[in-house]
Design a protein around this ligand. Structure first.
Ligand code: FAD
Length: 465
């Protein structure tokens, strides 16, 4: 029996895609950087099926690529042009087994879409706080494998902090069960944390126990026009002291220009233009009035101390959603503006204004009139330092600068004590940079861990390392 039939038999013919028209959507990705080949996509429906797939893959040395919602931005889920990889889509493993409102935990399969978990948790008066622009497609397994962040990290943490346990199938087919979901469990090495952020290079995550939180009774969202990132930093410090900050995003004016120009139903949040904006959210477990009062006091401080030029509080939930939607659409809004060179970096929060100043200067020197669509999760020190081509420039000529721009930006990040990847991961996109900027002993340990878990190198080869 040929290999395609052997793999297909494990999941059943209805769960094996072999026609190129069905496989095609799995071979491209959001940024359109990677175009791969494959003859087989498997859609298993159980952990046991995945175990059998990986046993056969190890025996036949077949490369396996796990795919969640295919929203990853670094090509971790993308296949190569050799066409030998079998893609394992987790989309049919989408059961939410249990929402435990007493333990504040959710037990889910890894193919559950984030938005589905958010909705089911909300119906049980609980909050699953991870929130990001791709939440309608991204799956729990993909989010865990890339240790996703999003807009509420400063209050609730990344997927790593939101995970209490995992079930994982190892490359040899063994199943590791760590699903007790305990807050305290000091029984040796914390193995789950090896798989979180591993981008599918060590095994396939099949189930997870995730943390839930009481659903806030009040939420107040405001747009604040600020003169500079330094003022935004002052505001962040002050907002932290108030204790109920759940979102703090920095946005350059150009982002608002792009969003109002290209995203339908998007309005300028404030009547006049400002060089920078902060989108802030405050929550309260007590009441809507409490959240609103906290925000109003915070905004008075901002205006009285000249850190804010103008402010507006969302009047209702619809307006709050519109404010967040503007922020979440910034990536999409950049596309129609031509070529862009993007960086998902983190630096110590106090160094953000210095980073922006130094990086803009360095890039402008190389590309006069480059347009900076800088935005990001300022509260986490995570900036999406995105550069759009100058108006009227040739797209390819601009993109040819990518490597030099990256070198300049990452050198500044490194010098300020930052990281070349804050939340999107390494995948294929930043493999070379990882070798340059990661501690050499840490890199060697990562290589040895990979060889121990996956001696035949079948799990998502040529990603990260
Ligand atoms: C519009 C938009 C906004 C975004 N905003 C954010 C943001 O704010 N913060 C952020 O962190 N990210 C963001 N992202 C990136 C992306 O959504 C995240 O990386 C997400 O975690 C990927 O989930 P996914 O299910 O789509 O995974 P995929 O893209 O399918 O896969 C991502 C990686 O995980 C591996 N993988 C997938 N499932 C499994 C599994 N079950 N077991 C083992 N490995 C697996 C894949 O092989 C790949 O290496 C954004 C993306 C888009 C398109």
């Amino acid at each position: 029996m040929n290999l395609i039939s052997q793999f297909s038999n494990i999941v059943g013919i209805n769960n094996a895609l072999i026609s190129q028209s069905e496989i095609a959507p799995f071979l491209t990705e959001h940024r359109d950087f990677y175009h791969g080949k494959s003859s087989l996509v498997l859609q298993p429906t159980s952990t046991e099926q995945i175990s059998n797939i990986l046993k056969l893959a190890t025996k036949t040395k077949t490369p396996i690529i796990p795919i969640g919602g295919n929203t990853g931005l670094v090509g971790g889920q993308a296949s190569d042009l050799k066409g030998k990889s079998v893609l394992v889509s987790l989309s049919k493993m989408n059961k939410i087994y249990n929402i435990n409102s007493t333990s504040n935990t959710a037990l889910v399969e890894s193919g559950v879409i984030l938005q589905a978990l958010q909705s089911v948790s909300a119906a049980a008066s609980r909050l699953f706080p991870l929130s990001l622009g791709s939440q309608g497609s991204a799956q729990i397994g993909g989010l865990l494998s890339s240790n996703a962040g999003g807009t509420a990290v400063l209050a609730y943490g990344t997927m790593r902090q939101l995970c209490l346990g995992l079930e994982v199938v190892l490359p040899n087919g063994e199943i590791m069960n760590d699903l007790k979901g305990l807050t305290k469990d000091n029984t040796g090495y914390d193995l789950k944390n090896l798989f979180i952020g591993a981008e599918g290079t060590l095994g396939i995550i099949t189930k997870a126990v995730l943390k839930l939180f009481p659903k806030p009774r009040g939420q107040s969202v405001a747009f604040i026009g600020v003169p500079s990132p330094k003022n935004a930093l002052e505001l962040l410090n002050h907002a932290h002291e108030r204790g109920n900050l759940t979102g703090f995003e920095l946005i350059a004016r150009l982002g608002i220009d792009f969003a109002t120009r290209h995203i339908i139903n998007t309005c300028d949040p404030l009547p006049y233009h400002h060089p920078w904006y902060v989108l802030a959210e405050m929550s309260s477990l007590k009441s809507q009035t409490d959240a609103q009062e906290s925000m109003e006091t915070f905004l008075s401080y901002a205006r009285d101390n000249d850190h804010a030029s103008d402010t507006v509080i969302a009047k209702n939930e619809t307006e709050a959603e519109a404010f967040w939607s503007l922020r979440e659409n910034l990536s999409y809004a950049q596309k129609p503006e031509g070529g862009s060179i993007k960086h998902d970096i983190s630096i110590p929060i106090s160094a953000i204004p210095t980073f922006i100043e130094q990086a803009n200067k360095s890039v402008n020197h190389l590309i006069p009139n480059a347009r900076f669509c800088t935005f990001g999760h300022m509260g986490d020190g995570n900036i999406h330092y995105n550069i759009s081509q100058p108006i009227g420039a040739d797209k390819q000529e601009f993109l040819d600068n990518r490597e030099t721009v990256n070198q300049r930006v990452y050198a500044i990040v490194d010098q300020l004590g930052g990281s070349i990847s804050a939340e999107h991961g390494i995948g294929q996109l930043k493999r070379a940079e990882l070798q340059l900027y990661k501690d050499q002993v840490a890199l060697s340990l990562m290589q040895r861990i990979k060889e121990t878990f996956d001696p035949e190198n079948i799990m998502n080869p040529n990603k990260i390392l």
